[in-house]
Design a protein around this ligand. Structure first.
Ligand code: GLY
Length: 354
């Protein structure tokens, strides 16, 4: 089955595995809902923007590197790419025009985690998070302290706001408040009015999550992001929150999330996916189960559409210790990146809603 509609999923949950979920018992053999549920052996998965990351991380894992070093090196490629406006260098800034980055990483064999939040002027926050994991007794370091920690370890301070991201922020700022002294587009007499494409205001919760497992079943997961575009300065999303934006349990599997971080934090997204795999669900089933929980727990009217479904998007990713993997999206046609012995490709995320 390569596509499951909401009604089918709800029916499956009620008729087959639902009773076991409801009573917290093991559901027994997991059900395969997508090709990844049947995969076994080394694998690296990531969000749809992560093909360079999965490819690099898989190669490193096959060369014998620790999965935690591999997944961080993998996402470094996307953090350093100025064309990805959701991560690292080139990421969209906060409402003050400052790029603030969040990242977390977890190592299965030691069950250690490291994270940084709202760090400025450091291009590769995932690597800083890895140093928090390896060199300190802490888990999360934020803001100025995180930057000083990075500088102490030789990271370079640099301006992360590319011209493209700065122009996007300006376009957002023009229209942000009709009562301020910045002219809105429809008030402008000069050139910007003629530049059709320049009126587009990119907006993203975009992020990269990447999880990997080696032949021995050792796991790692990392998530890194520039967070919600034009956010209130200091806003921290799910990405650096261990158990929300990523989680890893070497006895079970790893999971991660992208999309609206507030919803993922409030439902302990990645932790919940790993626990559902521990309860016997396949990776795709586990992602769908947690996605449904996020939908069911969304109560604020402003976050619901006319059918009472969340009007925002979230994507969940899961990788089991034996190499099975899967992903679910709240809504729409989305893909995630996979590298296995079969090579690197995009596969479809299973949608909860049509
Ligand atoms: N998931 C990214 C964020 O909400 O910041």
């Amino acid at each position: 089955m390569d596509h499951i509609k909401r009604r089918a999923f709800l029916g499956m949950a009620g008729a087959c595995a639902g009773a076991a979920w409801a009573h917290g018992r093991r559901a027994g053999a997991s059900r395969s809902l997508a090709p990844g549920d049947d995969h076994r052996g080394p694998a690296v998965i990531a969000s749809g923007n992560g093909r360079p990351a999965t490819s690099r991380a898989y190669q490193m894992i096959m060369d014998g590197h620790d999965p935690v070093d591999a997944v961080v090196a993998g996402v470094n490629t996307v953090e350093s790419d100025p064309n990805d406006m959701s991560v690292g260098y080139g990421g969209l800034p906060n409402e003050d025009g400052v790029v603030q980055l969040d990242a977390s990483v977890m190592h299965g064999p030691t069950h250690k985690a490291g994270a940084v939040a709202a760090i400025e002027n450091i291009k590769n926050p995932a690597s800083v998070a890895l140093l928090v994991l390896k060199r300190t007794d802490h888990v999360l370091i934020v803001g100025e302290g995180a930057k000083r920690f990075a500088l102490a370890h030789g990271f370079k301070e640099e301006n992360l706001l590319t011209d493209r991201a700065r122009e996007a922020w300006l376009r957002w700022k023009y229209n942000a408040n009709p009562n301020d002294d910045w002219l809105d587009y429809d008030q402008m007499d000069f050139q910007i009015q003629q530049e059709g494409a320049a009126r587009e205001i990119p907006y993203t919760y975009g992020t990269i999550n990447c999880s990997g497992v080696n032949e021995a079943g050792d796991l790692a997961s990392v998530t890194t992001t520039s967070g919600l575009s034009y956010k209130i300065p200091g806003r921290v999303g799910d990405s650096p929150i261990v158990g929300a934006g990523m989680f890893c349990d070497n006895a079970v599997g790893a999971a991660g999330a992208t999309g609206r971080g507030e919803a993922v934090i409030q439902n302990c997204g990645a932790f919940s996916v790993v626990r559902e795999m521990e309860n016997g669900l396949s990776p795709t089933e586990a992602c769908l189960k947690v996605m449904k929980r996020i939908a069911d727990r969304t109560k604020q009217k402003r976050l619901l559409n006319e059918r009472g479904e969340p009007n925002f998007n979230v994507v969940l990713y899961a990788l089991r210790k034996d190499g099975a993997y899967g992903s679910a999206v709240m809504r729409g046609d989305r893909s995630f990146a996979v590298t296995t012995s079969e090579g690197t490709r995009l596969e479809k995320c299973m949608p909860l809603f049509e």
